[in-house]
Design a protein around this ligand. Structure first.
Ligand SMILES: Nc1ncnc2c1ncn2[C@@H]1O[C@H](COP(=O)(O)OP(=O)(O)O)[C@@H](O)[C@H]1O
Ligand SMILES: C[C@@](O)(CCOP(=O)(O)O)CC(=O)O
Ligand SMILES: [Mg+2]
Length: 394
């Protein structure tokens, strides 16, 4: 257990350029981290309780260690070094313990279950008394990977707190990060947290939140794409709430109902992601070509495919119409069904065109902002290095 009083960790949200939903079925996804982060503070308590404060979802809970210890017999297998998957029995036990009625689980309660699962699995040898607060710059449930940033910060904090990985603050390094093998362990535990929240996640979201930057992801294979050009995008939040778990389940049902119709669509989405990577690499290599026209066409085709698999929404169609009327191309990002869309900006785009499109989108009740992509993955922070405008939430 770390001796220092309190530890801060943070992890970025993400946008998926191409490959959402198809990546759940082993296809390629291209995803990039955002400069919006989730922050977590963890500190030891001396009152034999575990206190969890989640202001973004209005949850504040506390349990006695003695109560939590009654659950340990069900988590013995988890005490191995290897991250273990939550089973239906684990989730039923945790729902009952947390007082959540079976079947009535809203996505917000899933955060509590994910914490309990990770706490009992990672710290099970000697349950520590602790106080944890998580606050995020990311809108939750909007397709920006808030669940993954949450799972990565919780896994990182618990692994560091229980000395399962090193405490980077002791290394006095410039950027407080972990070694590759420790980041890999963080990512694999965070994936277990995503399984509680998403049901059947691909792992792309927690990979981006852990490693940061732009990466290619396919069936657990993570390929950082440092040598590709940075894209300028506008993020639009339709503010339409939705649950990734429900949307991912819906695609699974449709795929089982129409396999010969849906499988070619998923394969086409895979080809779009591959072609996008090729174009981005040509861009950075200075190979001549109308690269941005191709990138725009890929965005349009993929958006139509995402509608076909059932994860579109009228609000997302509206974003596409408004931006298209300004010569810009957009697609949903993340699980869809509302949430966020991305719009590609050409380097030579007229700033007034972008401003007009953003004003029209705002008039539709959407929230939109230009964003910087490629932020670092999970980081540790000393209290004194935390920005004041973040610290006010802790
Ligand atoms: N800052 C946070 N605090 C607490 N829970 C969070 C936070 N961010 C995300 N979550 C959990 O993740 C859920 C949203 O996950 P999901 O439906 O996958 O949407 P997305 O990952 O696109 O934001 C929330 O309902 C909550 O359970
Ligand atoms: C739809 C999916 O491909 C991405 C989900 O992203 P988000 O939770 O909506 O940010 C699911 C997954 O890859 O786990
Ligand atoms: Mg999610």
């Amino acid at each position: 257990m770390t001796t220092d009083k309190e530890l801060f960790v943070s992890a970025p949200g993400k946008v998926i350029l191409h490959g959402e939903h198809a990546v759940v079925y082993g296809k390629v996804a291209l995803a990039v981290s955002l400069n919006l982060r989730t922050y977590l503070r963890i500190r030891p308590c001396s009152n034999n309780t575990v206190q969890v404060n989640l202001p973004n979802i209005g949850a504040k809970l506390s349990w006695d260690i003695s109560e939590l210890q009654t659950l340990l017999p069900h988590f013995q297998a988890n005490l191995t070094q290897e991250p273990t998957s939550p089973t239906p029995d684990h989730l039923a036990i945790l729902k009952k313990f947390a007082g959540f009625a079976e079947g009535s689980i809203d996505t917000q309660s899933l955060a509590v279950l994910a914490f309990l699962y990770l706490y009992l699995s990672i710290c099970g040898k000697d349950l520590p008394s602790l106080d944890m607060t998580v606050w995020s710059q990311l809108p939750t449930g909007a397709g920006l990977g808030s669940s993954a940033a949450y799972s990565v910060t919780v896994a990182t904090a618990l692994l560091t707190f229980c000395s399962r990985i090193s405490d980077p603050r002791k290394e006095k390094a410039e950027m407080l990060r972990w070694m590759k093998d420790e980041l890999d362990l963080i990512n694999r535990w965070a994936f277990q947290g995503e399984k509680v929240i998403h049901g059947n996640p691909s792992g792309v979201d927690n990979a981006v939140a852990t490693w940061g930057g732009l990466l290619r992801y396919q069936s657990g294979q993570i390929t950082p794409l440092e040598r590709v050009s940075k894209l300028q995008i506008v993020l639009t939040n339709t503010q339409v709430p939705r649950s990734t778990k429900i949307l991912v389940a819906g695609v699974k049902d449709k795929l089982h109902k129409f396999p010969s119709i849906l499988e070619p669509v998923l394969s086409s989405i895979n080809a779009i992601a591959e072609e996008c990577q090729r174009v981005l690499e040509d861009l950075v290599a200075g190979i001549p070509g109308d690269h941005y026209s191709v990138l725009e066409e890929l965005i349009d085709i993929n958006q139509h495919h995402l509608n076909v698999i059932g994860v579109g929404h009228p609000s997302l169609d509206k974003v596409c119409q408004v931006t298209a009327s300004h010569g810009l191309h957009s697609k949903l990002t993340g699980s869809g069904g509302g949430g966020c869309a991305i719009t590609l900006l050409r380097p030579d785009v007229n700033p007034s065109t972008v401003q007009e499109a953003k004003e029209k989108l705002t008039d539709c009740g959407f929230q939109c902002w230009e964003t910087i992509i490629g932020a670092p993955g999970v980081l540790a922070h000393s209290s004194c290095s935390m920005a004041e405008d973040i610290m006010k939430f802790f």
